[in-house]
Write a protein that binds this ligand. Sequence first.
Ligand code: FES
Ligand code: FES
Length: 174
Amino acid sequence: MRVNLTVNGRATAADDVWEGESLLYVLRERLGLPGAKNACEQGECGSCTVYLDGTPVCACLVAAGQAEGREVVTVEGLSRGGTPFPDAGPAHGDVSGEGLHEVQRAFLDAGAVQCGFCTPGLVVQAHALLAEADGVPPDADIREALAGNLCRCTGYEKILDAVRLAATRLRPPP
Ligand code: FES
Ligand code: FES
């Protein structure tokens, strides 16, 4: 079947999609967007988190057909002038990091990335948290928001640092 969807602001379609195929598979294997990671593929780790119509979801749990007519934003789409698709032009080749979203930049600056497998999911989830937050959220709120995102490397403290840093940069104290 064909699935029509909007990904990172661009209308697109995936052809020959199998009925049991996940949105994660479509993004990674058919649309060439490897940001969302496939770790558990069972909704347990959060590494595949993307926005679906503005709500963070585990893309591994969304059937491709469910994405018909809907809007997906991946971690690639968060950066300014981001990377809608790998063939979209010069932005794809930009490794300077200048276009990174504040949340993405904060993960780098806070040293919250080790192997990086969990990072795209954490970035999307943190982005969603901070979109609603007024200032730096309490640690309990950050932990709760990120509870579905597993990291086996960092011990989470640097991830909390990154979220606090991003919150400060997004809404500097008056
Ligand atoms: S790969 Fe989707 S939750 Fe782990
Ligand atoms: S940085 Fe390796 S799993 Fe989180």
